[in-house]
Ligand binder design. Structure first.
Ligand code: UDP
Ligand code: MG
Length: 316
């Protein structure tokens, strides 16, 4: 399919890269082929964001930029995370159409023409993608990922689509809306549905990354999911309050029981075991709920400091 220039004035690809020296040559090859089918490959830019890589990613990007004028790069002063890299790319993108995709070819660039067709028609503002399988992923990771989507659906008002990827093709209005959100704790999977607009979904089977290793450990993903819940739901705070009220009511009943027992049967000196259990139980709940409060406080502190989302070391 060839999309005519009247449909789109320019397309920008935004690609976050963290230690991707081995994948970039494959990625560039495939993306160039796909861009060649859009407006004859004449318009467009590929913005790579080097997210503080410690391998030769930046050197590879510099070579690509020297050979191809469509290639640009932004290099961070350290690793700021994929969310910051995506934001930097979206802020820098000039295109009327912007595509975000990973550098490891797990997001198939061959889908771009179809996605472009959906958005260029004017019917949709965004073309989103979701994996319909989690083939090749560790089972424990898939299990927790599914639980996360279920919990998120219960806790927040926005709909985080199960398996949705950050591989998106968006029009200018959509990009401007994303960039206008100033928050420091960015959780794209929540930001996309929060801004609204019309999204057409494309589905594909999960594929293995072309080379290199995933940058997401289990713990990193777990913390990221907490970020998501805290950024898009205040229900955990309500849970803390409800637990407090329930415990108070239970305490009232227990106090009545103890007072009546004292009046009727006197004051036998036993019950240290039950006392110890009650103290342990209550202090556990207190720590748990203080922890929830602490999470919100910490996020508020991060927002209040108003630090920039990233620091750029060099760019072209
Ligand atoms: N990435 C990044 N900063 C990070 C971690 C990852 O820019 O701190 C990039 C990475 O280079 C890749 C994309 O984000 O282009 C997705 O990362 P990865 O493939 O490791 O994640 P997975 O596909 O396993 O979820
Ligand atoms: Mg990947």
């Amino acid at each position: 399919m060839t999309v005519t220039p009247s449909c789109i004035s320019a397309i920008s690809l935004v690609v976050p890269c963290y230690n991707e020296e081995t994948t970039l040559p494959f990625f560039y090859q495939e993306v160039s082929t796909v861009l060649g089918t859009i407006n004859g490959g004449k318009t467009g830019e590929i913005i790579f964001i080097d997210d503080g890589s410690t391998d030769a990613t930046l050197a590879v990007l510099k070579n690509l930029a020297a050979e191809d004028s469509r290639v640009h790069y932004i290099s961070f002063s350290r690793n700021f995370g994929k969310e910051a890299a995506l934001l930097a790319g979206l802020q820098a993108a000039h295109g009327q159409i912007v595509v975000t995709l990973d550098a490891d070819l797990q997001d198939p660039p061959s889908l771009i023409p179809q996605m472009l067709e959906a958005v260029a028609s004017g019917e949709f503002d965004c073309a989103g993608t979701r994996r319909v399988s989690r083939k090749g992923e560790p089972p424990i990771r898939s299990f927790f990922a599914r639980r996360f989507y279920k919990i998120m659906a219960k806790l927040s008002d926005i709909e985080v689509v199960d398996g949705a990827r950050d591989f998106r093709l968006m029009n200018r209005k959509y990009v401007d809306a994303i960039v206008s959100l100033p928050e420091r704790t960015r959780f794209s999977k929540g930001i996309f549905p929060w801004i609204g607009f019309k999204t057409k979904w494309f589905e594909y089977e999960n594929t293995q990354r072309i080379a290199g290793n995933t940058k997401w450990s289990f713990w990193k993903l777990l913390l990221y999911s907490f970020d998501g819940i805290i950024a898009f739901s205040s229900k955990p705070l309500a849970v803390a309050s409800i637990m407090g009220i329930l415990l108070f009511l239970i305490a009232l009943v227990v106090i009545c029981f103890i007072v009546i027992r004292r009046l009727v049967w006197g004051d036998p000196v036993d019950g240290w075991a039950s006392t110890a259990c009650i103290i342990l139980f209550c202090s556990g709940i207190q720590l748990f709920t203080t922890g929830i409060l602490g999470q919100y406080l910490a996020k508020t502190y991060t927002e209040v400091k108003q630090r920039p989302h990233f620091v750029i070391r060099e760019a072209k």
